[in-house]
Ligand binder design. Structure first.
Ligand SMILES: [Fe+2]
Length: 353
């Protein structure tokens, strides 16, 4: 087959909302466990994303003349709830994590532009933080969101209370969202919601929050790379989305990509499953396993979250002329879209030299 031919671009129904990858490194957060974060991302965020797409598919078949009003009301209410659920969780997860490969360590200060806005609208970052965390702690034992949003109409940043996903300040743009649903903290903190709030504040990625603020006020300054997983290939043709991979794997055998599951030895204990048909390899053994790869087939490479493990390998494979692409968000994003997996098979994994 023609190796220049891309994998199927018709990978999702029109209007499908595609998964966003985790930008934080879940195994390296400051007092928030990988188990908590990945469960939250895959089950809660992923579940809402799948629900949203199912609702939108149902609405695509909407028949205004024959659909009962209670069905219309129900579907549109659920669509709004699921859409806000998805969007707020993406802002929440995007706002957490260290800088590149560096884990978050402590309470950090906002970048200059956002710090000046917090000074103008709250009297300073400390005063803003006191109100924001106070509101969050006041939701303990209940549920909801606390959102820092930019309101063009009010001409200021506001801390917005939300008792559920459907509450939003009209016309405002969320900059930072703090999830106060019990699923966001119970695995690590039990009922101690206040401890969770304090811990989240020491895990904020102010670079991305600041970029979101600049975007909200119309000051676009080329921050696109900030929203790409650290270490993922920068060129778009070197990446494949979970949705596109799923469609490619469901297509005829000729178009199915070769699947490579790459995992560092230290990360093997974090793994439980893999994509069916994938072969698992050690990144350091690339000179060995590359020998068995065909040059005339598309290759999809994935790791746990789609950071530099798959990114580095794909860059090297492409340099050597292989038609390789890295799965955006790794197997974690694959889980979030409900992609099927099989139990982990390490029989092809190379022993450490
Ligand atoms: Fe949540």
């Amino acid at each position: 087959m023609d190796v220049e031919e891309p994998l199927s671009r018709r990978f999702a129904a029109p209007g499908t909302v595609m998964v966003r990858p985790l930008l934080l490194k879940p195994q390296w957060m400051n007092g928030l466990s990988e188990r908590l974060l990945v469960s939250h991302y895959e089950n809660n965020y992923g579940g809402a994303l799948r629900r949203l797409n199912a609702i939108r598919a149902r609405l695509a078949d909407f028949d205004g003349a024959h659909t009962p009003t209670f069905t219309i009301n129900g579907l549109k209410r659920e669509e709004l709830m699921a859409a806000n659920y998805v969007i707020l969780h993406e802002i929440y997860f995007d706002s957490l994590g260290g800088d590149g490969d560096t884990p978050p360590t402590e309470l950090a200060e906002p970048p200059a532009g956002l710090a000046q806005a917090l000074e103008r609208d709250f009297g300073g970052a400390a005063a803003w933080r006191a109100e924001f965390t106070g509101m969050a702690k006041a939701l303990a034992g209940g549920s909801g969101w606390v959102i820092l949003a930019w309101s063009e109409r009010l001409g200021r940043l506001v801390n917005q209370w939300a008792a559920d996903h459907a509450h939003a300040l009209a016309g405002a743009t969320p900059i930072l969202a703090l999830d106060m649903y019990e699923h966001a903290y119970h695995l690590d903190f039990g009922a101690k919601a206040a401890a969770y709030v304090d811990r989240v504040m020491t895990n904020l990625n102010w670079e991305r929050i600041g970029a979101r603020y600049r975007l909200a006020i119309g000051d676009r300054t080329g921050d696109d790379g900030l929203y790409l997983p650290f270490g993922a290939p920068f060129e778009e043709e070197a990446r494949i989305s979970a949705e596109e991979l799923k469609a490619a794997l469901e297509s005829d055998a000729e178009r199915r990509p070769i699947l490579l599951d790459l995992c560092l030895p230290r990360d093997l204990p974090r793994r439980r499953d893999m994509l069916a048909g994938a072969s698992m390899h050690a990144p350091a053994a690339l000179p060995v396993w590359i020998e068995g790869l065909p040059r005339d087939r598309p290759i999809a490479v994935y790791c746990i979250c789609g950071f530099q493990v798959s990114g580095t390998a794909v860059t090297e494979l492409r340099r050597r002329g292989y038609h390789a692409r890295a799965l955006v968000g790794g197997i974690t994003a694959w889980h979030a879209i409900g992609g099927a997996t099989v139990p982990l098979d390490t029989s092809t994994y190379e022993e450490a030299p």
